[in-house]
Structure formats: C-alpha cells, structure tokens
Design a protein around this ligand. Structure first.
Ligand code: ATP
Ligand code: MG
Length: 877
C-alpha cells in the first residue's frame, strides 16, 4: 500500500464504524493560552472532553497535522538523528465523546492493524497502565481484560505513569492509555532478544505506533486530578510510522512519504542517501524540517523574533545549517523544495498548494538572511579564535554566537573542533539558563483553576450579533495572578460581549445590577469559552447582571471590520487573486490588514482601491449575514476561507453583494455599508517577505483626517491670497525664490569685491607688515570667511582683523600671513579670544585664522580696538 492508500484506508475503516471524518485543524493554535502548536489530534476536541461544548457527532476520525517542537512534547533534538521522530507529522486518530470506551477502542485498533493493514500479530505488543500509588491511581485491569481476549498475555506489558498515562500539557484532560508497539527487526534479531524486552526502550525498530488514551481526568493547576463529566476515547497513531510498518521499511524516511524529497535533496547535493552517516542525518533533518516550516507558514505563522514565529525560525535555521555544513549548500535551497511538497500533499492538505509561491518566497528570504548571518558568525569566529588564550572557547562567547548569530551550540562545537578548539559547554548551558530565567520572570503569571458557580453549565451562548445588552449569570470564574496585580476571568451563561477573534478586538463594557457595577475591560476566547476580564469580582457571584457592551466602541469597530471586508475584495480586484489575508486587526480606531503581495502597492493602486471601497460604501449595500451554512455550500458561494482558521461544519457567511465580498467570518458588522461613511488608507508598508500591510480609517476618524488636510490646504490658500490654482501659485513662488536667491548671491559677490578693494586701499603699512583693522557689514559668516581668505591671498605679509555685523549679529575674524605667526609670535586664536569678550562671545581656530561669534553687537568697535592694541604691541616689541 502506498501512503495515500494507508491514510484513505484508515479513514474509510472508521467511517464504516459510524465515525464522522473531519478535517485537520490548523497546525498553529489560536485562542488557547496553554498551547502554541497542535501537538496531538485531540487538541481541537479539548472542549468536548472538558464538557465546555457538545459535539455534533460523538464519533469522529481524522488525520491531524501535528508539530512537536515546544512545550510538553518536544522532539526537535531527536529529529533526523533517529528514524522515527519528526517535528511535523500526521496523527491518525479516532474519538469517542462520551460514547464507546475501552472495549471498542482496543478491538477496532487491533482489527485495523491486523485485518486492514495485514501487520503480523506476533510482532505486536500492547501496554497497559500499571497504576501509580502517588497519584492514587489503580492499574487498568479493564484494558488488560480486552487485550487478553485478543493476544497472548506474554505480549501484554505493564507501563508506568511516564509511558502509559497521557497528558496534553501541564493542565487539561488526561487519562491512562494503552499503546501498541511493533517489532520490525529481522527474524535473527528477534531470536536473540525477544521484542518484549525492547518495548519502550528507544529501539529504532521496536516502536510505538498507536496510543489509545482513555480520557477520564482533568489535571488542575495545583496538580490534582479531577474526574471528567464523561469518559472519552482519544487515539493517536503516527501515520509515518504506520507507513514504515506496512511498507516493510526500517525507517520512516524510507517510506514513500519522505523518499521523493530525500532524493531531490541528495541529487542537489550530489550525494547518495545511505552512504555516509553524517550526510544522511543532514538529509533527514532537511526533509523533515521543510514540512514543518512549509505547513506552518501555510497555516498563517510567519517566522519571527518571538514565540511561535521564533520556533519556526529556529527550525528553519537548523535545516539551513545542516545543509550548509554537511551538504555544502551555500545558497538558499529549502525554498526549492516547497513545490514538490505542495504537489505531494495537494489532495490531503491543499492549503500548501494554494499558497506555494508565497510560502517559497517567505522561506527564501529567511534563508538568504540566515546564510548572511551564518557567514558573519563564521568571521566572528575567526576573531574569537585569535583572541582566545588556550584552546577552550568560553561559555559567554559560545552564547554570544548563539544569541547574536543564531549558532546552535552543536554548530559552534563543530567549528571549534575543526579548528582544534573545544567549547566550555557547561558554561554555555549556564548562560542559557540565565536567559531562560530572565524571560520567564518577565512573563510570569499564574492562572488559577476555574471555580464553578452554576454547575452543569456549558459554554456560554453568544447573543452579541443581535443584542448589546443581556441578562446574564456567572457560570464560572478564576483568578489570574501577575506581577502587576491580579485580575479575574468570568464566564457568563449568555453574553452580548464579542470575544477577540478574527482580528476584531474584544468588547468592553459593564456587568451591573441594582447593587453593583463591575467594569469589563476586555473579552477573549479560550477555545470555545467567552471569557470576560475584570479587575474585581462581584460580591454576590450568584446574582443576575445586565451585561452591557460599550456601544460606541463596538459600533466604531464594526465600521472598521466591514470596511476590512470591502478592502480585501478591492485589493483582490486591483492587485489580483493571489492576495490572501495574512492577518488583521480591527478596533475602534483603525483597521490593519496584512496580505500576501510581492511588491509595494503603488499610489495609483491605492487610489483605485480607495475609490472602489468608497463607491461600495455609497451603494449602501445591506449586510447579508447567514449562520449555520454548511461549509461546502459556503465555499460554492465563493466564500474566501482563510488558511489557518479552524472552521466547523457549519459556518457564518458575511456577504456584501454576492458578486463582490463573500467571507467566512464570526465578527460583527454594520447593517449596511453606508454606516462606514468614508474610508481612507493612511499607510502602506511591508511587514515580512511577501506580506504588505495597509492601515486605514473610517467614519468620523476618516472625516477628521480629511478635514484636517483640507484645513491645511485652506490656510495655505489664505497665505497665498486665495489664488485660482494654489499648486501653480506655490510652484511659481518656488521659482521666484530660486531666482531671487541667485540675484542675492551675485549681489553679495559684487559687494564683497567692492569691499575688498576698499579694504586693500586702507591697508596700513607698519615696517613692511600690512595691517587691516576694520568694521564691516556683511550678509553672513561664509562671506566673511571668503573675504578674509581672499585678502590673505592678495596681500602679502597681512594681518587682518575684521569686526563684522552679519545681519545684526557680531562676528570677529583674524587672519595672518603664515610667516608672521612665527616671526612676530602673533596668534589669531589667542587674539580672537581676547577680543570676543567685548561682544559677549567666544571662539577660536588656528594660529593663522580664527573667528568668534557673540551676542553684543555694540561691542564690535571696542573689540576692534583690542585687536589693534595687540597688533601694535607686538609690532613695537
Ligand atoms: P514516543 O514515545 O515514540 O515519542 P509518544 O509517547 O510521544 O511517542 P504519543 O504522544 O502517544 O507518542 O502520540 C501518539 C502517536 O503519535 C505515537 O504512537 C506515534 O506513533 C506518533 N508520534 C508521536 N511523536 C511523534 C513524532 N515526533 N514523530 C512522528 N510520530 C510521532
Ligand atoms: Mg514522544
């Protein structure tokens, strides 16, 4: 069976057992503060387990894109070195939400593996939870019983809490599990060591393929376990490992899931996969990482400097540096693999195919910039080498390479070794720890457990599409402690408050009744809960409140949200269909829209887009809002679904003119586009490779903006005495000014040479030394300087002291023939300083030329007297 077939068989099998097949959730998690990336198939169903939400179908199956590179499940360092852990992998899963439990889960898993996949029964082992005294958990005898009916007891093994008690994260749903392991070794090997001895022992050929988790508990923040309202099944099977077993391979990388990409990489590097250990690892790393990077970017997460973006950047850099060091790839290469990957997954995960050019562009830019830092880092290493006394590179330096140049420790160690050095790895780890602590304490906050006020309550009902006020009761609340004081999170049975999502900010407002009034400063989603943020808790938690949304803020926000839809459609019509939303922010002030596009949006394009949006506003198109539309129907209406969004089977469709804007959207909107009033784009910029950002304003903000611009224009016109054509008037003013400037320059020159002549005529000859001491009137300091130097050039043996009135500002200048400095011991700098006191100023310069400015114009003649005195004294002596 090829891998496509295996995937299809799995889904078909569970369909035949009355499971509904659902799409994979995006790999990037939104609205869940405990998780950055999807790390297991169950993530998207968390609320069903917790009883926050009721599923439409209580049996579900799918293949889920997972990423295990952060948090509780982090396999990054293993990837490529071993043959069965990936960063991104597909997890095949089947679920029961309060329906079937251990018996069916175990029997069906066995049936699928043996009957459908034809895997050898005697090579498979089942593990069951052996219990844990500390947690007061009993052994899972029930699961053991069902296994005993299927396989001999010798192939049923006990597992401890680490291996057989599954938890998604530090808190959340969890329970005992039963895993299925397979032994893929040769007959000879099996004879030597029985497979049961190698289960859960990190043997690359005796691996876990399927984990059947029996969800029974919720792990609370204080570490205790609480029974879930119902019992559920959550299973996860590594698709690539299953393919390895079914295809009789000994490595996930030898299956048809990886081989095509591996062959491309090997070809480009001019090597053969399977001949050199180090080269093979590098090829595996790249073939794995390109999947993680591509699918994550396609799901909307761009590489960046923080959080999820940084995780992706690190994975990309890890791939680049393996290629650089072991395959001699000095130019971007990951980017060239995107197309092949997109083709391979076209039918399973079409989001990559649909955005292949964009994803390739983003990856290319990242590669180019990292290759540059890599080179810089290598140069830096040369300097470090020269500066290091001895042969050990200290921890701080290794950390600098890591922190500034993105060099992982193993890269630094490798380069060091090649140069006959070693790295103080312990000290590096110590530096790393210091940094971790620093970033941890900055973000420190602790979230308490939910405290329920009304038991049996489910997720709250959202009334905010119709109502801005509603009668509500608190169903649960919790405290969030932060360094800067704490706040509360409150869930209501029903609420008009819109929770931040899809770029639209959360509502603020109040909860009030006759006795109290509590301000709600924000509203956010947590999976499917609508969570209201408050600084205080009501005294009576069981009371009924009027939940009132801040109407002004909401309405302004709606203008911006609807305008965003109009903008999106206009951009697609002006720039092309490649425009995809890459992010948005909509609040009461502005709208910000990020989208894929490879060039700067020109002034003309912006004008066109604005014109289209404003025309649509004037058409006053009525909102066509439809809820619970089957997703297929919505798509056939031409609705633009955003990649990276999680859509249920039924969606909300927002339409402004069926032929113009049809979007899937959960946000709130104006009843008709006329409410928006006016739309103005205020900026266009770049946010990342291939992603542009437009910021715009609407309604009274746009009006105020235009008014302000017009006001400025009006003032300008008034200054110009209201000409018929103000632009022409300004252009001729500028021309006139340039003309005048030219004339002034000429006049200054004429005046300067006339003055010069005059001064030369007045030269005093004292024993062959030519002395000029004069008060002059000049336009500026430059002219004074020029005059001084011209005098010096034309009159030999000159001492010139000029006291100038420069447009009512005093300035002194002293210039000497170079020979006189020596001969007479005259010093221009000293002289000017002695004189400057008279004009309340200061200055200096060189021995042959110095100037001084000042404040007291009336002191000029006195200053000149001092200059004369100094000269006469020197000449007499
Ligand atoms: P292992 O001990 O091998 O790391 P796990 O206990 O972390 O596996 P689960 O969390 O139970 O695995 O995930 C369910 C299934 O997903 C596993 O049985 C395995 O087939 C697959 N799987 C888990 N981690 C990875 C990974 N990093 N790459 C590929 N497949 C994986
Ligand atoms: Mg693991």
């Amino acid at each position: 069976m090829d891998s496509k077939d295996i995937r299809a068989q799995f889904l078909e099998f569970f369909k035949s057992k009355s499971h509904k097949i659902v799409p994979s959730a995006p790999i990037v998690v939104q609205n869940d503060p405990t998780l950055m990336f999807t790390n297991a198939g169950m993530n998207q169903f968390k609320d069903y387990f917790l009883g926050n939400k009721t599923p439409d179908s209580n049996r579900v199956a799918d293949t889920q894109k997972c990423l295990r590179v952060s948090g509780k499940h982090n396999d990054l360092e293993e990837v490529g070195l071993d043959t069965y852990h990936h960063t991104m992998f597909e997890m095949l899963g089947n679920w029961s939400f309060g329906d079937y439990f251990k018996k069916e889960a175990i029997e069906w898993a066995w049936e699928f593996l043996t009957d459908v996949c034809g895997l050898p029964e005697d090579r498979m082992y089942a593990t069951v939870f052996e219990g844990d005294e500390k947690e007061h958990l009993e052994a899972d005898e029930e699961a053991r019983g069902y296994w005993k009916a299927l396989i001999p007891e010798s192939r049923i093994l006990n597992g401890n809490k680490k291996d057989n008690f599954w938890e998604m994260g530090d808190t959340g749903p969890c329970g005992p599990c039963s895993e299925i392991h397979i032994d893929l070794r040769s007959e000879d090997e099996v004879k030597k060591v029985p497979g049961r001895d190698l289960v859960n022992n990190d043997h690359p050929l005796v691996v876990e393929i399927w984990n059947l988790v029996f969800m029974q508990f919720n792990r609370l923040a204080d570490g205790s376990l609480k029974n879930l309202p119902q019992q559920h099944v959550d299973t996860g099977m590594g698709f690539e490992r299953l393919a390895m077993a079914v295809q009789g391979k000994q490595s996930n990388y030898d299956t048809d899931v990886f081989q095509p990409i591996i062959q491309s990489i090997a070809k480009r590097a001019g090597v053969t996969y399977g001949e050199d250990q180090k080269v093979d690892i590098a090829i595996r790393v790249i073939s794995d990482h390109i999947r993680a990077i591509s699918f994550t970017i396609a799901d909307g997460q761009l590489p960046g400097n923080a959080k999820a973006g940084y995780v992706i950047r690190r994975i990309l850099r890890r791939a680049v540096r393996y290629g650089y060091t072991f395959l001699n790839f000095k130019e971007p290469f990951l980017t060239d693999l995107v197309g092949q990957l997109a083709d391979q997954f076209k039918d399973t995960f079409p989001e990559l195919d649909a955005q292949r050019a964009f994803v390739a562009k983003v990856i290319r830019e990242e590669e180019v910039s990292f290759l540059r830092t890599l080179e810089k880092g290598l140069k830096r290493f040369e300097i470090i080498k020269a500066e290091t006394k001895g042969k050990v590179i200290d921890g701080k330096t290794a950390f600098e390479l890591y922190d500034t140049y993105g060099f992982p420790l193993d890269l630094t160690s490798l380069i060091a070794r090649e140069n006959g050095f070693s790295v103080d790895e312990k000290a590096f780890q110590a530096e790393m720890l210091i940094q971790k602590e620093r970033s941890k304490s900055a973000a420190e906050q602790s979230t308490g457990d939910w405290i329920s006020v009304i038991s049996e309550a489910e997720a709250s009902v959202f009334l905010g599409y119709e109502h801005l006020e509603a009668e509500s009761r608190i169903t649960r609340y919790r405290e969030v402690k932060q360094k800067k004081g704490s706040f509360y999170q409150i869930v209501l049975d029903q609420t008009p408050f819109y929770a931040e999502s899809g770029g639209q900010v959360g509502d603020s407002g109040v909860l009030e009744n006759d006795v109290e009034r509590i301000a709600v400063f924000d509203t956010k989603r947590e999976n499917d809960l609508i969570v209201h943020y408050t600084k205080t808790l009501p005294k009576d938690l069981t009371a009924t409140f009027m939940a009132k949304v801040n109407v002004q803020k909401r309405l302004l926000t709606e203008n911006n949200h609807s305008a965003t839809h109009l903008l999106h459609a206009a951009l697609r019509s002006v720039l092309g269909e490649h425009v995809q939303q890459k992010g948005s922010l909509v609040n009461e002030e502005v709208l910000r829209f990020d989208f894929s596009h490879f060039a700067k949006v020109t002034e003309e394009e912006i004008a066109k887009v604005e014109a289209i949006v404003n025309r649509r506003i004037r058409e006053n198109i009525a909102l066509d809002e439809r809820r619970n539309v089957p997703i297929e129907e919505a798509k056939s209406l031409g609705a633009m679904a955003l990649f990276g969004e999680k859509y249920g089977e039924f969606v909300r469709v927002i339409t402004f003119d069926r032929d113009y804007s049809v979007e899937l959207c959960g946000g709130t909107h104006v009843p008709a586009t006329g409410h928006i009033g006016l739309f103005k784009i205020v900026s266009e910029s770049s946010v990342a490779a291939g992603v542009r950002r437009i910021e715009a304003i609407t309604a009274d903000k746009a009006e105020a903006f235009v008014d302000q611009e017009l006001e400025i224009l009006k003032e300008i016109k008034e200054l110009l005495k209201n000409p018929a054509d103000p632009k022409k008037a300004i252009v001729s003013l500028i021309e006139e000014k340039n003309q005048l400037q030219k004339q002034i320059d000429e006049l200054n020159q004429q005046q300067g040479s006339a003055l010069k002549k005059d001064l030369i005529n007045k030269v005093e000859d004292i024993d062959g030394i030519k002395v000029i001491t004069q008060e002059v009137k000049l336009p500026d300091a430059n002219v004074l300087k020029q005059l001084s130097f011209e005098l010096k050039n034309e009159v030999p043996n000159l001492v010139a002291v000029l006291a100038a009135n420069l447009n009512e500002k005093p300035m002194l200048s002293v210039i000497l023939d170079d020979a006189l400095v020596q001969k007479l011991g005259l010093n221009a700098s000293e002289m000017v300083r002695a004189m400057a006191k008279e004009i309340q100023g200061g200055g200096g310069g060189q021995p042959f030329y110095a100037t001084a400015g000042g404040k007291n114009l009336a002191g000029l003649s006195q200053a000149l007297e001092i200059g004369k005195k100094i000269i006469h004294e020197k000449l007499k002596s």
